[in-house]
Unconditional design. Structure first.
Length: 491
C-alpha cells in the first residue's frame, strides 16, 4: 500500500510498491464496542447499496523500527487526536504477514509488548468515535510483489482447501485475540493462475468471519486493496464479480499512476486525462465479451486510454463490481521529479530522476524538505512536507490543471516538479466518487498529513458537503461517457 518507485504498468516495468514492514498486535484486553449479542450478519450486511454515510478509511503504518524509536518524525498511535478519529470510519493497521507455516503472523523482529501498547492506544480511539472499525492489513508490496521472496507463501496459502483453512483459522484467531473488527488483504497482485484460488480464499474467509461474528453487534468486515489501473487489474479480470461478492469494500489504489519510472513528468493521481499526455493500449479490450457490438466495445473498452483515476473506477464498474463496494484511494504524499524541462511549468516534460525502489543519489535534492533527507529519499514528500515547503518561501509555485483536476508544485529556478493533491484536486475527486455512487474514500497514510490534519479535514468536508458539482472540462479525456444523475450535477 505504500508508494513505490514503480509504475502501475506491470508488463513494462515492475509493480507498484506498497511498503509492508510489519508491526504487530497487543496481548491484553482492549476497549471494544462490539461485544453485544446480535443475530448472525449476512455476508455484506454493512455494505448494501444506499448506505447513508460514506466510509473514510485511513491506513496507519507502524513499522518495527518506529516501535523501537529508530525512526524520527513517525506518527505514533498516541498522536492520533480525537478530532482525527471522529472523521474516520476505519483505521487499517499496516501490516501483518504470512509466516513460513502458512499462518497470519507478526513481522520477524517486532517487539510484541511495544506493539501491544500501540494497538491499545488505537483501540482507545473508539471512546471518541464509537463507530470506528480497526482492521489489520495482511500483506503489502514488500511481501507480496512478484519479486518478493515471501510471495510464494501467499500463493501456497491460497492454493489448496487445506492451506486456506489453516491460514484463515490463524487470521481469525489473531483478529479475535486482539479485538480487531476485520481483515484487509493487500496482495499485490495475484497472478492469472492465482485468480481462482484467491477468489476461493476470499469466499471462505467471508464464511469464517460470518461464523466468528455471529454473536457480534456488528459483522466482521473483509476488505481488499486493489490495483488502481488496468494492467494489474487484468490479471484477475474475470474473477472480479465473485471477488466483490465476498468482500465489504475494495480499496482502489488510485495513485502512483506516474512517477520517476516514466519518460515525461505527469500527475500521479489525476482524475481525467489530458490530450497532451501519453495514451496506452487497453489490456482489458482482449478480455471483453465477444458478443459486444463494435460501438459497445469502444465505449466500455476503448482501444487506447489515459491512465487516470476515472479510468480505474470505470474499468471496475464495467467488470461488474458494484459501485457501493468501491472505495477511492487518495495519496497523502507527493512525487517529486528533478531536472525537469521548463515548459508548461514542468508538466509533460523530460526529467532526470533515479527510478527504483531504493533511492541512490543526493538526498537533499528536494529544497525545503529536511525530513525527506532524513528518510533518505527526496522523491516522496509527505503532505506535511509539502505544506512546510510552501509556507517556507522556498520558491515553489502551486499549479492546477482544470482539464485533469490535478495539482502540482513547480520550482522555476531549480526545475523541480512535485505531483500532489491540493484542496481543489480532493474536492474534484470527491465530487466524482459521489457522482458515481462509490462507498467513500481511502488514503495512504495517516502519518503523512499535516499536524492540523489539513488534507483529511478537506476530504471529510467534501464528502459531507450538501451540494455537489462535478466539473468536466471540454478537453478532458474521460474513459467512457459520464451520465447525469441526481447525486452530483455535471458542469
Amino acid at each position: 500500500m505504500r508508494p513505490s518507485l514503480h509504475p502501475e504498468r506491470m508488463n513494462i516495468l515492475s509493480l507498484l510498491r506498497r511498503q509492508s514492514l510489519l508491526a504487530t498486535l497487543l496481548s491484553c484486553a482492549l476497549y471494544s464496542v462490539d461485544d453485544a449479542v446480535a443475530q448472525p450478519p449476512s455476508p455484506t450486511a454493512s455494505t448494501q447499496a444506499g448506505s447513508s454515510s460514506p466510509v473514510v478509511i485511513g491506513y496507519f503504518l507502524l513499522e518495527k523500527e518506529q516501535l523501537a524509536g529508530q525512526q524520527n518524525g513517525s506518527l505514533r498511535a498516541s498522536d492520533i487526536r480525537p478530532d482525527v478519529a471522529r472523521q474516520l470510519s476505519h483505521i487499517n493497521f499496516a501490516f501483518m504477514d504470512i509466516n513460513a507455516k502458512g499462518e497470519c503472523d507478526f513481522e520477524t523482529g517486532t517487539d510484541a509488548r511495544q506493539a501491544a501498547r500501540a494497538l491499545a492506544e488505537l483501540q482507545a480511539l473508539k471512546r471518541h468515535q464509537p463507530g470506528l472499525r480497526i482492521l489489520y492489513s495482511l500483506g503489502g508490496w514488500t511481501h507480496t510483489n512478484d519479486d518478493s521472496p515471501d510471495v510464494e507463501r501467499y500463493r501456497q496459502a491460497a492454493a489448496t482447501p487445506e492451506a486456506r483453512s489453516k491460514l484463515i483459522r490463524s487470521c481469525v484467531s489473531l483478529m479475535q485475540r486482539y479485538r480487531f473488527d476485520g481483515v484487509d488483504i493487500d496482495w499485490e497482485y495475484p497472478r492469472a493462475q492465482d485468480a481462482a484460488a484467491f477468489t476461493d480464499l476470499l469466499r471462505e474467509f467471508r464464511q469464517a468471519l460470518n461464523q466468528a461474528g455471529r454473536h457480534r453487534a456488528r459483522p466482521y468486515q473483509l476488505t481488499i486493496a486493489a490495483a488502481g489501473g488496468a494492467f494489474n487489474m487484468a490479471r484477475s479480470y474475470a474473477a472480479w464479480p465473485a471477488i466483490a461478492a465476498s468482500v465489504d469494500y475494495i480499496n482502489l489504489m488510485t495513485y502512483d499512476l506516474n512517477g520517476s519510472w516514466e519518460k515525461l513528468s505527469n500527475h500521479q493521481a489525476h482524475l481525467f486525462g489530458d490530450p497532451a499526455e501519453a495514451l496506452y493500449d487497453n489490456p482489458l479490450r482482449a478480455l471483453a465479451a465477444p458478443s459486444l457490438s463494435a460501438a459497445q466495445l469502444q465505449q466500455d473498452f476503448p482501444a487506447r486510454f489515459a491512465l487516470t483515476v476515472d479510468a480505474a473506477v470505470q474499468q471496475y464498474l464495467v467488470a461488474g463490481v458494484p459501485a457501493h463496494k468501491l472505495v477511492l484511494g487518495f495519496p497523502f504524499y507527493g512525487r517529486a521529479l528533478f531536472q525537469v524541462g521548463a515548459d508548461k511549468q514542468g508538466l509533460h516534460q523530460r526529467f532526470v530522476t533515479p527510478a527504483g525502489d531504493h533511492y541512490q543519489g543526493d538526498v537533499s535534492l528536494l529544497t525545503g524538505c529536511p525530513s525527506c533527507a532524513q528518510r533518505g529519499d527526496p522523491r516522496l514528500p509527505a503532505y506535511a512536507d509539502l505544506q512546510a515547503m510552501l509556507a517556507g518561501g522556498y520558491g515553489y509555485q502551486p499549479q492546477y490543471s482544470e482539464i485533469s483536476h490535478a495539482s502540482w508544485l513547480w520550482h522555476p529556478q531549480q526545475h523541480i516538479f512535485v505531483s500532489a493533491d491540493d484542496a481543489r484536486a480532493v474536492q474534484a475527486k470527491v465530487a466524482y466518487l459521489r457522482h458515481q455512487g462509490l462507498a467513500g474514500a481511502m488514503f495512504w497514510h495517516l502519518g503523512q498529513d499535516a499536524q492540523q490534519a489539513t488534507l483529511l479535514n478537506q476530504l471529510h468536508s467534501a464528502l459531507y458537503q450538501q451540494s455537489c458539482q462535478l466539473r468536466v472540462h471540454p478537453a478532458a479525456l474521460v474513459y467512457r461517457p459520464l451520465a447525469s444523475n441526481p447525486r452530483c450535477e455535471i458542469r
